[in-house]
Design a protein around this ligand. Structure first.
Ligand code: HGY
Ligand code: MN
Ligand code: MN
Ligand code: MN
Length: 391
């Protein structure tokens, strides 16, 4: 199976690589569309029917589409810009190989298995993470989703070519379980495979800093109201407050207008990503960062506006299911994660589990993201064992 994994992995590894060895696989752009063609080809090779739910999510079926007791597995193809190659695609490649494994063992599932490729899980193109699973489960209005815009002003509806279909009727009645396999993001596992216990509460807040745009060469320092200063001070504040709270906070994805070396900007836009082991800690962290941003704006004569963009409460995966799978997999470790996942969204509607494949460095959302072929193969075997158990 290691050779089979290496072969399949070699097919997708070159797709969407950027010039510096990272990946740029924004949802519904050429590289991701190429991966979707690869997905259809893999399904064809396995006589699996492919359906699209009208939201940009693809499903390859072993058994009746959305039949009673359906078990969904899979993940996403899209990446963050200059990201790693495993986050997402590993769950999809492993799902197809797990189907192969079960077939080699002469197993026929008693329930349909659907291999899923969810659209824009990272929210890297249209700004809302887990866009596809939120649409499928009905937690975002299709009209609102259709209007989400990318950096070039292209809406999700335009990229999709239609208004998203929205929620699948009676999802929780049709689907008996979801199992998403994913590369570990962090460095806890000292065995090849682990089981998720929870996803930390996390969210994104948009921070708009406005000031007085002016000439960088003729405006005296005393006359400046530079939002870049307020922004820079808030970046440091987020870092300090995160250390104090024992949490995680990053301000990234910045845009500056006008973005010129000889102009004091009038607008600096940043996004705060804040995460903590519990919701009150996350909320206190965000409050502390915003408070310091507003105080600094007062000093700089600038303004700051904060908008929550997407805030996800803690996800506690089905504890009995996690314990059952851990036991099934030889007492695999059960561990939380700070990363959001489609499985997290779906867990509010269907019994859901996640399997993590060891990441020796723990690095993710980076070209350095890596898991060994041997551990990935162990992940495939584990997923096949779990799918056999659940179907
Ligand atoms: O950003 C996250 O938490 C996940 O990797 N999408
Ligand atoms: Mn990710
Ligand atoms: Mn992911
Ligand atoms: Mn995910």
């Amino acid at each position: 199976m290691t050779a089979a994994f290496a072969r399949l992995w070699a097919e997708i590894a070159p797709i969407g690589r950027d010039r510096k060895g990272g990946y740029l696989r924004y949802a519904l752009t050429d590289p991701e569309l190429t991966l979707r063609d690869w997905f259809r080809n893999q399904a064809d090779r396995r006589d699996m029917t492919v359906t699209d739910d009208g939201n940009g999510n693809l499903f390859a079926w072993w058994g009746a589409q959305w039949g009673r007791g359906t078990v969904l597995t899979g993940s996403h193809f899209d990446s963050v810009p200059h990201g790693g190659g495993y986050d997402g695609p590993l769950g999809i490649v492993s799902a197809f190989l797990a189907v192969d494994r079960l077939r080699e063992q002469g197993f026929t599932p008693g329930r349909p298995i659907g291999v899923a490729a969810f659209v824009d899980e990272e929210g890297g193109r249209f700004g809302l993470p887990c866009l596809g699973s939120r649409l499928l489960s009905g937690v975002i209005d299709p009209g609102k989703a259709a209007a989400l815009c990318d950096r070039d002003g292209v809406t999700f509806g335009e990229a999709l070519g239609s208004r998203p279909a929205g929620a699948l009727p009676s999802l929780s009645a049709r689907v008996s379980a979801v199992v998403e396999l994913h590369i570990e993001q962090g460095r806890v596992l000292d065995v090849p495979v682990g089981v998720a216990s929870a996803i930390w509460p996390h969210g994104r807040w948009r921070l708009d800093f406005t000031g007085h745009g002016d000439h960088a060469g003729t405006t005296r320092m005393a006359d400046r109201h530079d939002p870049m200063l307020t922004f820079a001070s808030t970046v440091l504040a987020a870092n300090e407050e995160a250390w104090l709270a024992g949490a995680h906070a990053t301000i990234a994805r910045v845009t500056v207008e006008p973005n010129a070396t000889n102009a004091i900007p009038s607008l600096v836009r940043g996004w705060l990503d804040a995460r903590a082991a519990d919701t009150p800690t996350m909320e206190r962290l965000v409050e502390a960062v915003v408070k310091r941003a507003v105080e600094r704006a007062g000093q700089d004569g600038t303004q700051v506006v904060v908008e929550p963009e997407s805030v996800s409460p803690e996800v506690a995966f089905d504890t009995s299911l996690a314990a059952r799978l851990s036991a099934l997999l030889g007492d695999a470790p059960i561990l939380p994660t700070g990363a959001g996942h489609d499985a997290g969204v779906l867990s509010a509607h269907v019994p859901t589990a996640m399997l993590f494949v060891r990441n020796p460095t723990g690095v993710s959302h980076s070209p350095a993201e890596y898991a060994s072929d041997e551990d990935c193969t162990a992940g495939v075997e584990a997923l096949a064992t779990v799918l056999r158990e659940l179907t």
